[in-house]
Design a protein around this ligand. Structure first.
Ligand code: FES
Length: 520
């Protein structure tokens, strides 16, 4: 039986027919509409709110999460709705912002497609094979997000073969759609594409190639492939893409093809000097080395740096507090798009904590002090809320944004994980790095002084820290253009994956790195 569902997004109407519809979150994703679903459809986060017109009673979970006003006006959680009646109309009320898109138009030429396959977003770039320039670059949200915000939820979901297949197809069709759009915009046809290269984290590369993810669900988290993988069957699904289709090699644990691409982007594989690289995300990938040998590992930083696990955290979208300054007890907030604050993004969190440590509101051990212990006007901002100590950043008659004690603890755990990883890999390498690259778009918003001040990176790297935003696309581009040339076999034989948790000094180092203070 086919079920007809009408979906209205920003006054635009879409109708979809599905035979085995799954839950409403999946139906909406089939229509190409992305809804935020950080808990992966477990009915915990309450973010997948939609408005329904039709008979669809709330279940117990919805009765707990939604207010009675919301329930009576038709708000429901999309992930909780499995039995969809015919002819249901849904209005999306919680649509995420699509990332910014940039395009440059030029005359037709041969191109290769470079794809940075991220857990949250996917960046697609066209590399002009005649001059090595990037002709067009688009960023889209990864449609698999309906199965959870992080790789752990995607692995859990992917253990079910049917869901793994759904995730593969969702991702492939989103990429195909975007490639078609880009081709149209710059006036090329599909024959211009000579090859497509994809680099992503271990989980993303497994999912896009439909590879069984069960080896990623338990230690030692061994990936199914660790050399360049040619995937002819993907060509059929990426309908418009001609030529070879290549997945970048996976290294081990959670160190994937995106790290290999980032290593290429900072020329670590051909450098004489020792270089360190950190890709800060939910899992922070770290590499230290040079052309003679590279040690890599991944540190489970958690989502704090991306605004996750923070009570009022959010991604760096409109309304995110990105920066805060305190001068003479006066606090100034800098909010993305200069709007009313809605929450705190990852870079804002680091800035706020660094500023509150500097002004003595947070101790070096990470404790948000009592109001009585603070001898200035900032004490008026310390309150008890939801059973814990909080610092009020913003207050209006109907909105209050706070930094909570638990947010500081989440940041401490994340930063200790990265700092410990970098220190141990440096030991394993035997030599201190003389420069540090911070990869990933998130890195662009960080201030190296704050990272040193709260001890995320050691002070000896001050002045020698560089941000490389689109490191994965840059690394893929280097591979495609051979500028400078890449010897992938040599690079792979020089890379050694280190399991940090097996290092006997890990726990001791981790505990000392929890302090919010400079580290040598
Ligand atoms: S409640 Fe989290 S996705 Fe539905």
């Amino acid at each position: 039986m086919f079920v007809k569902t009408k979906i209205i997004v920003n006054d635009k109407e879409l109708t979809i027919y599905s035979e085995h519809p799954g839950n409403l979150l999946e139906i909406i994703a089939q229509a190409g509409v992305a809804i935020d679903a950080p808990c992966g459809g477990l009915g915990r986060c309450g973010k997948c709110r939609v408005n329904v017109q039709g008979e669809l009673p709330p279940d117990n979970v919805e009765m707990t999460i939604l207010s009675s006003a919301e329930i009576s006006t038709g708000t429901r959680l999309a992930c909780r709705k499995r039995h969809i009646p015919k002819n249901l109309t849904i209005t999306i009320t919680s649509r995420e912002e699509e990332p910014v898109t940039t395009t440059h138009t030029i005359v037709p030429v041969d191109i290769s497609v470079a794809i940075d396959l991220g857990t949250t977003s996917i960046v697609i770039a066209f590399v002009n094979l005649s001059d090595g320039t990037i002709m067009a670059m688009h960023s889209i949200l990864n449609p698999q997000r309906i199965y959870g915000a992080d790789v752990v939820s995607r692995i859990k979901a992917g253990l079910d073969k049917l869901i793994l297949e759904k995730m593969t197809l969702l991702t492939l069709s989103a990429i195909t759609g975007e490639i078609n759009k880009m081709l149209l915009e710059i006036g090329l046809d599909a024959d211009s594409i000579k090859a497509t290269y994809i680099a992503g984290n271990t989980t993303m590369e497994h999912i896009i190639s439909g590879t069984d993810v069960s080896s990623l669900a338990k230690a030692p988290y061994k990936p199914a492939f660790n050399s360049i993988k040619h995937v002819p069957h993907l060509k059929a699904n990426l309908g418009t893409t001609k030529g070879d289709l290549v997945l970048f090699p996976l290294i081990g644990g959670f160190v994937g093809g995106d790290t290999v691409a980032s290593i290429l982007a900072c020329n670590m594989d051909i450098s004489d000097e020792i270089i360190a690289l950190i890709d800060i995300g939910t899992n922070a990938e770290i590499a230290v080395g040079n052309k003679s040998g590279i040690k890599v590992s991944s540190a489970p930083a958690g989502p704090a740096f991306e605004g996750g696990q923070i009570k009022q955290g959010m991604r760096a979208q409109s309304g995110a507090i990105e920066d805060m300054r305190i001068i003479n007890d006066e606090l100034t907030l800098y909010v993305k798009d200069d709007t009313e604050p809605k929450g705190i993004c990852g870079s804002g969190l680091i800035r706020i904590v660094a500023e509150l440590v500097r002004t003595g509101v947070i101790s070096k051990s990470g404790e948000l002090l009592d109001a009585e212990s603070i001898q200035n006007n900032l004490s008026l901002r310390i309150i008890k809320k939801d059973g814990e100590q909080a610092f009020v950043l913003y207050k209006s008659y109907d909105n209050e944004i706070c930094l909570y004690q638990s947010d500081i603890r989440a940041l401490q755990l994340a930063k200790a994980s990265i700092a410990t990883g970098l220190k141990l890999l440096t030991w394993h390498s035997g030599l201190k790095p003389s420069r540090l690259y911070i990869a990933g778009t998130f890195g662009n918003y960080l201030n190296p002084e704050d990272l040193i001040f709260i001890g995320v990176i050691p002070s000896y790297l001050g002045g020698n820290t560089y941000f490389i935003g689109d490191s994965v696309i840059s690394g893929l581009k280097r591979f495609i253009t051979a500028e400078p040339a890449v010897d992938m076999d040599m690079l792979l034989s020089n890379i050694k994956h280190i399991e940090l948790a097996d290092d006997p000094s890990f726990n001791k180092e981790f505990l000392s790195m929890l302090e919010l203070t400079k580290k040598a």
